[in-house]
Design a protein around this ligand. Structure first.
Ligand code: URA
Length: 189
């Protein structure tokens, strides 16, 4: 299976009940050969409408941070979510929804083969890095697993609610830029 076939399989997915309430599946956006993979929680209203990740207000903030460190979802990163369909009323995804959806993320990870993974927010960090990960205490720290560097930063939606934390998150993006310079080979400018 190649990346496009994976996308088509995901777009047709009916493995959990979220398929009944979604408008569109949000598979992810970006360069499938990216060295840097960003992972959020689940699509919200705007993402469900447009079929793209992080396109609402929090996505606009994310794009500002990305731009500041020469990252661009159209060029040199891939952005996706753990759960690919919007939970109704933005409720937390249910365990069976996580479990049904996780194989898509695993395959995306296997095919993209990123060198750096950035978890956006607590939920993604706890699913991907460690179940007891504290995003407030441990954001910006790095863990290496099988040669891939994992980190987490505050969710952009949390920064919109709490703008005082923006400098904390900005420092994480600066550290991501430094890590890219250490471990990535593509050109980022
Ligand atoms: N929040 C997320 O975690 N993902 C999105 O795609 C949008 C908002």
């Amino acid at each position: 299976m190649d990346f496009e076939q994976l996308k088509q399989a995901c777009l047709a997915c009916e493995k959990c009940d979220l398929c009944r309430t979604r408008t569109q599946v949000v598979f992810g956006e970006g360069n499938p050969n990216a060295e840097v993979l960003f992972i959020g929680e689940a699509p919200g209203k705007s993402e469900d409408e447009q079929g793209l990740p992080f396109v609402g207000r929090s996505g606009q903030l994310l794009d500002q941070y990305l731009k500041a460190i020469h990252l661009d979802r159209k060029k040199n990163i891939f952005i996706t979510n753990i759960v690919k369909c919007r939970p109704p009323e933005n409720r937390d995804p249910a365990p069976n929804e996580w479990d049904s959806c996780l194989p898509y993320l695993r395959l995306q990870f296997k095919m993209i083969q990123p060198k750096i993974v950035v978890c956006l927010g607590r939920i993604a960090a706890q699913r991907i890095i460690r179940p007891d990960f504290s995003v407030m205490k441990e954001h910006g720290q790095w863990t290496e697993k099988n040669g891939v560097f994992f980190t987490a930063t505050l969710h952009p939606a949390a920064l919109l609610r709490n703008p005082n934390n923006k400098p904390l998150s900005y420092a994480d993006y600066v550290a991501i830029r430094e890590k890219i310079e250490q471990v990535c080979t593509h050109t980022y400018e």
